[in-house]
Write a new protein. Structure first.
Length: 433
């Protein structure tokens, strides 16, 4: 528990330090989502009834909300104003990784929130006792991920940062993958917490979706509604932090394969990355043996690229069967792999447990991935989204009914299982648990 708490503290300090140098609102990288004196770029949508109807009926339901939306939302100078009723103000555009900034001012007894990727929500409360919602922990203040599971990290804000009624409040929100960081009035209230998918808790947050401003019971005014899209390099930096400060040890020096063995002739080092030679394969693995550990790395896929992470590899045989498992690294959006078994897509424990799809970056961009192995459990977080969280000891059905004799190994090497494609790996660091 002490190690976990220390890691969390280091991670928090790194995240705060990085966000403190974020670009100011005057930066051209930000787009003002309120461009004029009308509601251009916005439409009305209350997603709660929408999610209950068939997909082919949703467009009609959204269209039916537009008259109501325009009657309850107005533009007053540079402010977007809602009277406490109507469909939620929803951006026409969808967003993935973003920095979102907005000022808001509300009234007693009202509450509201900001939906990210169409999902509730960064909460806005009347945090006073007179507001009548201390039973819902409104006394803790605004900014928390209210719809996360009770006691989940981020569900309640770290501090009470709300200003008195009549004053403007400012949110600064970073959304990278499923990870959310919220500053309210320059105070950190949510620190790199995973935002749960309210609509389907068995699945991660969608990769993209609209920003929505909720209306709920009282007038709220919004201004300086700014968004900046975060590119993959910045996102990877934010997600990773500093390896050494978090107890990670680099296992690749960036220039040679020192510290690695196995099929070394099938791999080369190019521009600071380990690359599987085209047409070659086999398993390249660390000299070191690991029991429970976390590995973090970045990888770059060529079109239709295929490789894998060898977990607790015994030093010989097949990573997917003789090792604990092979975690797929694959461009599974390519037409070549249209007919794969669900347990063969990226992040899956090959042939054993399927990962969620749709979270790889476009070909040509580096992806960031962390894998945590504790006992028989494996957790894969790709670009800030948990795509696999499985206890392999509980699995008894396998692709092709093929046995996995190494599945219960307690220790082994970490490595790469090449499949003849020039997949690249860099910044590989491991922390023993």
């Amino acid at each position: 528990m002490l190690l976990r708490s220390t890691l969390f503290l280091f991670s928090s300090l790194i995240w705060i330090a990085t966000l403190c140098v974020a670009e100011p609102p005057s930066s051209p990288a930000f787009t003002n989502l309120l461009q004029g004196d009308d509601l251009s770029g916005w439409h009305g949508n209350n997603p709660h009834p929408l999610i209950k109807v068939d997909v082919d009926k949703r467009d009609a339901l959204i269209e039916s909300q537009q008259a109501e939306f325009r009657s309850h939302w107005t533009v007053d100078g540079n402010e977007l104003v809602n009277d406490g009723h109507g469909a939620y103000a929803t951006t026409d555009a969808s967003y993935g990784d973003i920095e979102f900034r907005v000022d808001f001012k509300t009234v007693p007894l009202a509450d509201s929130g900001i939906y990210l990727r169409g999902t509730p929500q960064v909460q806005i409360w009347d945090s006073t006792e007179a507001g009548g919602k201390w039973s819902k922990q409104a006394d803790k203040g605004s900014g928390g991920l209210f719809n996360n599971s009770p006691s989940a990290i981020g569900q309640l804000p770290l501090v009470l940062a709300d200003r008195p009624f009549g004053e403007w409040n400012q949110f600064r929100i970073h959304q990278v993958g499923s990870r959310t960081t919220v500053h309210l009035n320059d105070q950190l209230v949510v620190d790199n917490a995973i935002m749960e998918n309210f609509w389907d808790r068995a699945r991660p947050l969608p990769a993209t979706g609209p920003i929505q401003l909720q209306t709920h019971g009282g007038e709220i005014r919004w201004k300086n509604i700014l968004v900046r899209e975060i590119g993959s390099d910045e996102a990877n930096h934010l997600l990773r932090g500093i390896d050494e400060a978090q107890g990670f040890v680099s296992v690749f020096n960036g220039t040679s394969l020192d510290g690695w063995r196995g099929d070394v002739e099938s791999y080369e080092v190019v521009d600071g990355a380990i690359v599987c030679r085209e047409g070659k394969g086999g398993v390249l693995f660390t000299d070191e043996v690991y029991e429970d550990f976390v590995v973090r790395l970045e990888f770059l896929l060529p079109p239709a690229g295929n490789n894998g992470l060898a977990i607790r590899y015994p030093g010989k045989g097949r990573a997917a069967y003789d090792g604990m498992t092979e975690l797929q690294v694959i461009d599974n959006d390519d037409a070549k792999y249209r007919e794969l078994d669900a347990r063969q897509y990226h992040g899956s424990a090959y042939g054993i447990a399927p990962a969620h799809r749709g979270y790889l970056r476009p070909i040509g961009e580096w992806n960031y991935q962390e894998v945590t192995v504790v006992g028989s459990k494996i957790r894969v977080e790709l670009n800030g989204t948990v795509i696999l969280d499985s206890d392999l000891s509980q699995v008894s059905e396998y692709k092709g009914d093929l046995e996995h004799p190494g599945k219960d190994l307690k220790q082994g090497h970490f490595g790469f299982a090449g499949h003849k494609d020039p997949v690249q790996f860099r910044r590989i660091a491991i922390k023993r648990l």
